[in-house]
Design a protein around this ligand. Structure first.
Ligand SMILES: [Zn+2]
Ligand SMILES: [Zn+2]
Length: 258
């Protein structure tokens, strides 16, 4: 982004509502759709068979069609309806939307803290979604993908989307009163990690392999294939503390002994 574009987007005279809503939609859609298409290309041409976690397995066409319809609802209808409410909450929390830009140190610390807040809310919200009262009504849809693919990362029932995706995502930047630019940077990291967790590949070049408590994409892939434990998003810290990674540990031990 050059200086004039930053001045245009963050000028005190600009419409902060439009900058917030349109900026988020652009950041979210470019990272999600772009990343999904990149991963779908790898799947379609079978470019990385050696990295595939569930070798030779792919979701059926009916599930993929349903996923695309739900994604259209979440992205084209619910997102524009929710963003004005999130904007109101951001203004109330004093989110900065003008110059000066946040320092690099502020961006890094706020993104790291927001990821931890995300992880905590996601773990408990997601674990609640596995309660029998909630699972069949809301979360079962996401688990139609026994073999996850990139674009299934945001395949949620609207209620599940709110609990497992939207609230954990916005909580950190709102609690911290982050700058709008920091919120966008953090959103890109979150989308990239969600795509990596659902892509079905354990890529050696994935930067998320080096995140603490997050060994590989296999962790969430196991949650989809076995549908037990591993309720965490990008770190296994809560699963480790609560013992909900026991089934995954048994799976790893069996895999190593073969
Ligand atoms: Zn689940
Ligand atoms: Zn999932």
């Amino acid at each position: 982004m050059d200086g004039s574009l930053i001045n245009l987007v963050l000028s005190p005279k600009q419409d902060t509502f439009l900058a917030f809503v349109l900026g988020f939609i652009i950041v979210h859609e470019v990272s999600y759709v772009g990343g999904s298409l990149f991963l779908a290309t790898i799947d379609y041409f079978d470019l990385c068979p050696e990295s595939k976690i569930q070798k030779g397995k792919y979701p059926d066409k009916k599930t993929i069609r349903n996923c695309l319809a739900v994604l259209a609802l979440n992205h084209l209808v619910l997102q524009p309806l929710l963003l004005p409410l999130i904007y109101k909450a951001a203004v109330l929390r004093g989110m900065r939307m003008n110059l000066p830009l946040p320092s690099l140190l502020e961006v890094i610390t706020h993104v790291a803290a927001s990821l931890f807040i995300y992880e905590t809310l996601f773990y408990w919200g997601h674990r609640a979604m596995h309660h029998p009262l909630l699972y069949s009504r809301f979360h079962k849809l996401h688990h139609r993908f026994y073999v996850p693919v990139g674009f299934s990362a945001e395949y949620f029932h609207p209620v599940d989307n709110l609990i497992s995706n939207v609230i954990p995502l916005i909580a950190g930047p709102l609690l911290l009163g982050s700058h709008m630019i920091t919120f966008w940077v953090y959103t890109i990291v979150r989308v990239a990690e969600a795509l990596d967790s659902h892509c079905g590949y354990d890529f050696w070049w994935s930067p998320f392999r080096y995140f603490p408590f997050r060994p590989s994409a296999e962790v969430h892939d196991f949650h989809h294939s076995a549908n037990t434990g591993n309720y965490g998003g990008m770190m296994l810290i809560w699963d480790w503390l609560c013992g909900t990674d026991a089934a995954y540990k048994r799976f790893l031990a069996k895999k190593r002994s073969n």
